[in-house]
Design a protein around this ligand. Structure first.
Ligand SMILES: [Fe+2]
Ligand SMILES: [Fe+2]
Length: 480
């Protein structure tokens, strides 16, 4: 019963379509992984039927593992792009190939942990954990069995990186991880492997063995530091959006946001309030809060092309729309804030998930005011000329931003003496009009989630009202 309720309340996100050519490339890489992981089994001479059988088994095992990895990454990231899937399996292919060449010289820790860090940062912990288990599992040379203790340390370290990597919110924390993890691996190898050797081998060899452990850990630290240095390059090539990148973009000192606060202060204020509304609502439905906060910050940057054409920046001065008195041209100016926003986003190399907020926050909404003005003037009009070009919101986060954008002005204008039910009524009315217009059709927001969004907006309204209530001051104007 609970399962059925959950399914009806939380529809799945629409997965991104992967082209036939990309599918073929992905399939070929998987075949290559399987070949690399199993071909050594065919090099035995003379070949017996059981050898061929065990080769076929390893080959199929590797192929199925790669397929499972792709499935898990798609499940964790429903909107994953084909280039990101190619990245995940190419990293697996690279590790398999590196194992063949470097197996006797480099510790598996330095081969498996750095890619796990990249995957966990860009695509989440579950994908990274799956990647780690498959990369450790498909071993091209089963006869060169690695030390059980080392394998244990490898799994623990890689799992720590995968879990923490998905949560880390700043580059400084990444740096700390890249220093403390090798130190941890050094001591655990010393205790688990070094002591092993002390009882079995002479003292001189123990020193040598520890030298290896030390150099392995040092190599791990160096490779991890290089990986952190290269993560921004991976971000821009593969469109990965790490938490650290999101938070960097959300910095209000970024030149584009600074420009917005100086040249379009009204829009900046509107943006800040929307950030609060969208953040609260996204937290309520369990969405990506960091994504929506950053997306909200950039949603109206396009207004920078002509700030005084938007009411929030007019400050009681002349309205240029009244001066031109042409509803069709006014509608073009409104659409231009989306087109210009996309241009600013390209110029500032904003990642795709953030760029999506720019056209999707307006969807294909009707510019009601100018549409009615055109009707009043008996102009021959096409309704589509007074609608934004879209697309309608494709994710829950962009849909929340659209709803917050719609409610912001109404909530701001509301009287502070208004009751909660009055505020809720206005919020519900605005959201229902978007729903009726088909703007939420592709967002995957369920009825239950829309209910929670309304509640969240109401909570923010209560906060605004509380802030606007004048506190009584003492005679000498001091506060305690
Ligand atoms: Fe807008
Ligand atoms: Fe807006």
């Amino acid at each position: 019963m609970f399962y059925l309720w959950k399914r009806s309340q939380v529809p799945l996100k629409n997965p991104t379509r992967i082209s036939k050519i990309d599918n073929l490339i992905i399939f070929l890489i998987c075949i290559l992984i399987s070949i690399i992981s199993s071909y050594k089994l065919l090099l035995i001479s003379p070949l017996s039927i059981s050898d061929i059988f065990s080769w076929l088994l390893t080959f199929t095992e590797a192929l199925i593992s790669s397929w499972i990895l792709i499935l898990v990454s798609k499940k964790e990231n429903p909107t994953i792009s084909s280039i990101q899937i190619i990245l995940v399996i190419t990293l697996l292919l690279a590790v398999q190939a590196a194992k063949l060449v470097l197996v006797s010289t480099i510790s598996p820790l330095s081969l498996i942990i750095p890619p796990a860090l990249i995957i966990s940062q860009g695509l989440g912990s579950i994908t990274a954990l799956t990647w780690v288990s498959i990369a450790s599992f498909i071993w091209p040379e089963p006869q060169v069995a690695i030390n059980n203790n080392l394998f244990f340390i490898l799994l623990v370290c890689a799992s720590v990186v995968s879990v923490l990597g998905g949560r880390i919110r700043s580059r400084a924390q990444l740096l700390q991880l890249s220093i403390f993890l090798p130190i941890g691996s050094f001591f655990s190898q010393w205790i688990l492997i070094g002591e092993d050797k002390i009882s079995l081998i002479e003292k001189q060899e123990f020193v040598f063995a520890n030298g290896e452990i030390f150099s392995d850990s040092l190599l791990l630290a160096i490779v991890m530091l290089f990986t952190i240095l290269f993560i921004p390059i991976f971000e821009s090539i593969f469109g990965l959006l790490t938490k650290a990148r999101l938070l960097e973009l959300a910095d209000k000192e970024k030149p584009l946001i600074r420009r917005l606060s100086i040249e379009a202060p009204g829009t900046f204020e509107h943006t800040l309030l929307i950030c609060g509304l969208a953040e609260e609502a996204t937290r309520m439905i369990g969405g990506d809060v960091d994504l929506v906060k950053t997306g909200a910050l950039y949603h109206d940057v396009g207004k920078l092309h002509a700030p005084n054409w938007f009411i929030e920046n007019q400050d009681g001065a002349n309205n240029p729309h009244d001066e031109i008195d042409d509803p069709l041209r006014s509608a073009e100016v409104l659409q231009a804030h989306v087109d210009e926003g996309l241009r600013y986003a390209r110029k500032n190399r904003l990642p795709k998930p953030i760029v999506n907020f720019i056209p999707e926050h307006q969807g294909t909404l009707k510019m009601g005011y100018f549409f009615h003005k055109a009707k009043e003037k008996n102009m021959k009009i096409n309704e589509n000329d007074f609608r934004y070009n879209g697309p309608v919101p494709q994710s829950k986060e962009t849909a929340i931003l659209m709803l917050a954008d719609g409610c912001e002005a109404a909530l701001r204008a509301m009287d502070i003496s208004a009751s909660d039910s009055e505020a809720l009524e206005i919020i519900s009315k605005i959201i229902f009009s978007r729903q009726k217009d088909g703007q939420l059709d592709h967002s995957n927001l369920s009825k239950g989630e829309i209910f929670l969004i309304k509640r969240a907006f109401l909570n923010v309204w209560k906060r605004i009202r509380h802030r606007r209530i004048q506190y009584p001051t003492t005679n000498n104007n001091t506060f305690s």
